[in-house]
Design a protein around this ligand. Structure first.
Ligand code: MRU
Length: 364
């Protein structure tokens, strides 16, 4: 890390009654943190995207169940209360499967523990355990993905490897390393000559705001481009590979990710450029087999499309872009069919769609 600060997007300090997060709505221009003290705070943080990115949403929801467990001390409804709070957390955002997966893991620990103190302790331990597991997963995704970048670097005799990424699948979305960014950081740390094309990722600009901030802090050479530029730069030989993250991937390899990912996959296919998806096992939905038909796509507030937020002198402001009377629609994700994906970079290795079952035989 160039600026020597090892940050995480969620953590606990000495106060066991709260969980701290970076409020990502204000990055990169303001560094704001929030204390989550109850389930409503956790739901607000997830819905309003103070925290975002599939693994982080999952860990926030996991700590949300812990915050619910804390109030068992005053709540006679006990397990029924916790189950109700779990259901509220689960409904906060629909697309990232990590949310329900992580919250349910903590719920199950709470329900099987006896005594209020044990329930609280087991919730806290399980949420912390999930966070550490995701860190390990991302580290391993980085090591496996590094081999892909090394191979391209060898083929190019050490000349710059140009990687395109969409949205933010970095440590801000995943605790440490990130998913799509883990191979990028590993390649940079190993001294490979790399350059990253960062899609701005309208409407909330997670690429321009968050990925660019992360890469800059680490010292990685990068350029922010408009979402529509990808096809053009691919046609002109300026992209060697695409790596994106995922919010939910079916057992057959269909990938839900931030809106616009599908178009990048189509352009990559047309130009013979490898298109990789980096994801931990917590992002697979083992129950689904047709992503286009079955993955729920979040529709968000149209005002996120109508207004653009940025720094104006020293204040963050929003400005209206279309005519005041124009309707807008905000599809938050799309699904890239498995046939467009070259490979999946997971904590257990890299595979194609047919290989998912072989890498995770116990899941299917
Ligand atoms: O709406 P967001 O910001 O929560 O979207 C999630 C994402 O950041 C991405 O789609 C990302 O590529 C996958 S999450 C590691």
């Amino acid at each position: 890390m160039k600026d020597n600060k090892n940050l995480r997007p969620i953590w606990q300090d000495d106060d066991p009654d709260s969980v701290k997060i970076i409020d990502q709505r204000f990055l990169p221009h303001q560094f704001v943190t929030i204390d989550l003290k109850n389930v409503d705070d956790a739901i607000f943080a997830i819905k309003e995207m103070c925290v975002r990115g599939a693994p982080l949403i999952g860990i926030t929801a996991a700590y949300g169940v812990y915050l619910a467990a804390l109030s068992l001390q005053y709540n006679p409804a006990g397990d029924d209360f916790i189950t109700g709070e779990f259901l509220r957390l689960k409904a906060a955002r629909p697309t990232a499967v990590n949310l329900a997966w992580a919250a349910e893991r903590v719920l199950n620990r709470v329900l099987s523990a006896t005594g209020i103190q044990n329930k609280i302790e087991s919730a806290r331990n399980e949420a912390g355990k999930i966070a550490e597991e995701e860190v390990d997963n991302c580290r391993n995704i980085g090591l496996h993905g590094l081999e892909i970048i090394e191979e391209i670097s060898r083929r190019k005799a050490g000349r710059t490897v140009n990687i395109l990424t969409h949205c933010n699948a970095g440590w801000l979305a995943c605790i440490e390393y990130g998913t799509a960014t883990a191979p990028i950081y590993a390649a940079y740390d190993k001294g490979l000559d790399i350059h990253v094309w960062v899609d701005e990722t309208r409407p909330l600009n997670q690429g321009a705001r968050l990925t660019a901030w992360e890469l800059g802090r680490h010292g990685v050479n990068h350029t922010v481009i408009t979402d529509n530029a990808g096809g053009h730069i691919m046609q002109h030989g300026m992209v060697d590979l695409v790596i994106v993250g995922s919010d939910r991937t079916t057992s057959t390899g269909d990938v839900a990710n931030k809106i616009g990912t599908y178009l990048k996959a189509l352009a990559a296919k047309d130009n013979g450029i490898p298109f990789y998806v980096a994801l931990p096992s917590s992002t697979f939905d083992w129950n689904l087999s047709d992503g286009v038909k079955e993955i729920p796509i979040e529709m968000r507030n149209p005002d996120e499309v109508r207004y653009l937020q940025g720094l104006d002198k020293d204040a963050i402001r929003s400005v209206l872009i279309p005519p005041a009377g124009s309707r807008a629609a905000n599809f938050a994700f799309d699904v890239t069919p498995a046939r467009l994906v070259t490979g999946y970079i997971t904590e257990r290795g890299v595979c194609d769609a047919a290989g998912i079952r072989k890498l995770f035989p116990e899941k299917i």
